[in-house]
Design a protein around this ligand. Structure first.
Ligand code: MTE
Ligand code: MO
Length: 383
């Protein structure tokens, strides 16, 4: 693989793998603003970043189980109504490093910042599909049924040099309220190369792996994508499954991510003076489920206080308010007096009442995905 033409990147990123490039910001960068700046947004690539230098020649082919396969050029996509969707993208491997401390897991190590919140600008996939003759709200049996597969331009070694790909159910793809985008902008700027220039898919509320970057083609297929990242990766196994007894076919590909929260204003271990500290972090749930509450403990999880939550600075977040961004995280904040060394913990509850598990052991899985256990940091108080 050729990594000689990678794009420039912010030097402050913490690099977990150089080739392919996998990097996250320091966790503190996530709570300085509700919308994550592009340069501090985590980057998760499976191969070299492809180069698209002639945008006039760029097109997306739409093929498969449709009557009239079509090529859409960038102009065709720009002609469709443009939407701006604020959505949090989270890698299924976020917080994997901590899961590995219980028992070793396989995969790129991530701290708690393989997540970011951006304003994605683009056309709705439901509009694109309508343009080629697939009606909105195409309802196909919820078990089985057609899928929409996204295939990239990139080449990754896990696919034996083939492109990265993933699929989502057709019923979701044709639902305009699912807000799935073919995005060409991120935070009001042209999408950059690391994040999928010129065009990527954004599937809000779903693990990042389904938001295919550098889109090359869309295929309507009879059942879910047979590619590696749908069949032999990004599946949730119970703790009893190991590399000797794994049967990938017994599990479905992970789609929505579960309720998640983490403290970003403190490192894993902090040496502080006694006094007031501010505890800040993010909370988000998959499937567009809002956040009901975030609680913080300064005694290792024995007692809790509720943190304040916001999206827009200065406006308290209320999950069922029309004005809140349903696909986006909330930032939380709590102040506490910490007189002695202790463990500080955060946990969140979504509007369906889903809670984070107390320990990582109960959700441990060999691929190290979806570590959503209570987030704990240590504070050592010196005099
Ligand atoms: N799309 C392509 N073509 N190639 C990739 O390697 N990585 C996926 C997804 N889409 C990937 C991809 C994964 S696992 C994640 S978490 C997100 O992109 C990361 O998106 P980002 O780099 O814009 O943060
Ligand atoms: Mo990912």
């Amino acid at each position: 693989s050729d990594y000689s033409q990678e794009p420039p990147r912010h030097p402050a990123l913490l690099v977990n793998s150089k080739e392919p490039f996998n990097a996250e910001p320091h966790r503190s960068a996530l709570v300085t603003s509700y919308v994550t700046p592009v340069e501090f947004f985590y980057k998760r690539n499976h191969g070299p970043v492809p180069i698209v230098d002639d945008i006039d020649k760029f097109s997306v082919s739409i093929t498969g189980l449709i009557e009239n396969p079509k090529e859409l050029c960038m102009k065709d996509i720009l002609r469709l109504p443009k939407y701006a969707v604020t959505a949090t993208l989270q890698c299924a491997g976020n917080r994997r490093t901590a899961m590995s401390k219980t028992r070793k897991v396989k995969g790129v190590g991530w701290d708690i910042a393989a997540i970011g919140n951006a304003i994605w600008g683009g056309a709705k996939l439901a509009d694109v599909l309508e343009l080629i003759g697939i009606p909105k709200f195409s309802y196909i049996s919820p078990c089985g049924g057609k899928h929409v597969e996204f295939v990239s331009i990139d080449k990754c070694k896990e696919e034996n040099g083939g492109p990265y790909k993933a699929s989502i159910p057709l019923s979701q793809a044709t639902n305009p309220e699912a807000d799935i985008l073919l995005a060409y902008e991120m935070n009001g700027e042209t999408l950059n190369r690391d994040h999928g220039y010129p065009l990527r898919v954004i599937v809000p509320g779903v693990i990042g792996a389904r938001s295919v970057k550098w889109l090359d083609s869309i295929n309507i297929i009879a059942k879910e994508c047979q590619g590696l990242f749908t069949q032999k990766d990004y599946k949730m196994f119970p703790p009893s499954v190991n590399w000797d007894n794994i049967d990938w076919s017994t599990r479905r590909p992970q789609m929505d991510f579960p309720i998640q929260s983490a403290i970003c204003s403190l490192d894993d271990v902090n040496n502080l003076k006694p006094g007031k500290i501010t505890i800040k972090g993010y909370a988000v749930s998959g499937g567009g489920r809002g956040i009901e509450r975030v609680e913080v403990s300064i005694d290792g999880g024995k007692t809790w206080v509720e943190a304040s939550k916001y999206q827009k600075a200065g406006v308290p977040y209320i999950s069922d308010d029309e004005s809140c961004d349903k696909w986006a995280w909330v930032l939380f904040e709590a102040e506490a007096d910490v007189p002695e060394s202790t463990e500080i913990v955060a946990k969140a509850v979504d509007i369906a009442g889903n809670v984070q598990p107390e320990n990582v052991e109960v959700i441990w899985n060999l691929r190290g995905i979806l570590n959503t256990s209570w987030h704990r940091v240590h504070v050592q108080i010196g005099r």
